[in-house]
Design a protein around this ligand. Structure first.
Ligand code: MG
Ligand code: MG
Length: 251
């Protein structure tokens, strides 16, 4: 799917809202805060910017998703439902968030430390974020999509970590999840050729232990099967004549 200039402008607006959600929730992360409080902060940004949520009421096997962010602590990989449990010193927390502006979607995620964390947790977050940027670097016109996963996997595995297979990135536009999917590992071939106007959400999920996952009884939360820590970083990125343009980066 090729997005024209007007569409990209709308996606930039959606990306700005997502970047603000990231900034404001990140600021609030500390021991004692609950993930429901973080969800409220995100709801306020979405309302103040005249945007709508692409996470709230997202359909799932166990019913619609009840929040505007996913909040996934420690060994939880993705899709955690925000709750009233306070975060503890030493936790890591993955926040996945999105917004819709004028019909166009933004989607991004980050993992943050709660207070002081172990050196292993800090290294996992650093490596996962670096793997995201290695993937983003592959988003240039004429390159092939699955080079993204090859680059992500190389960074994560060089550090001794593993890349989740069951959950992947995706194209994004008038829907949050559009085809094609973007694996975070090398699937054995180069995949579709990239062109200016393509927009993707790249989102490596990296585990300290094995890549196997399991879904919690609530039907949403996904955790590592071996209980090891997991981190998740994501941006929405447009391919332009000047290379990748990260739409959800507030900096
Ligand atoms: Mg996301
Ligand atoms: Mg996504």
């Amino acid at each position: 799917m090729i997005r024209n200039r007007q569409e990209l402008d709308k996606m930039r607006k959606a990306g700005k809202v997502v970047a603000e959600i990231i900034a404001k929730t990140r600021e609030a992360i500390r021991p004692g805060v609950t993930t429901l409080e973080l969800d409220l902060i995100a709801r306020e940004v979405i309302r103040n910017r005249g945007a709508t949520s692409n996470f709230l009421n997202y359909p799932g096997a166990s019913g619609p998703f009840p929040a505007v962010i996913c909040a996934s602590p420690n060994d939880m990989i993705v899709h955690g439902i925000p709750n009233n449990n306070p975060l503890n010193e030493g936790d890591i927390i993955s926040i996945d968030c999105g917004a819709i502006v004028e019909g166009y979607h933004g989607d991004a995620a980050y993992t943050a430390p709660v207070g002081e964390v172990s050196s292993l947790a800090a290294r996992l977050m650093e490596v996962t974020e670096r793997s995201l940027w290695a993937g983003i670097d592959q988003l240039t016109s004429g390159n092939h999509l699955y080079e993204v996963g090859r680059a992500v996997q190389r960074v994560a595995e060089a550090a001794g970590f593993s890349v989740v297979r069951e959950y992947v990135g995706h194209a994004i536009g008038t829907k949050m999840h559009e085809e094609p999917q973007v694996p975070n590992y090398w699937p054995g071939h180069k995949g579709p050729k990239l062109a200016v106007g393509n927009v993707f959400a790249i989102e490596p999920m990296v585990n300290v232990g094995g890549f196997a996952t399991k879904t919690l009884p609530d039907g949403w939360g996904v955790v590592t099967q071996d209980g090891s820590l997991s981190a998740h970083f994501e941006h929405s990125i447009a391919i332009t004549d000047n290379g990748p343009e990260v739409l959800t980066d507030g900096s």
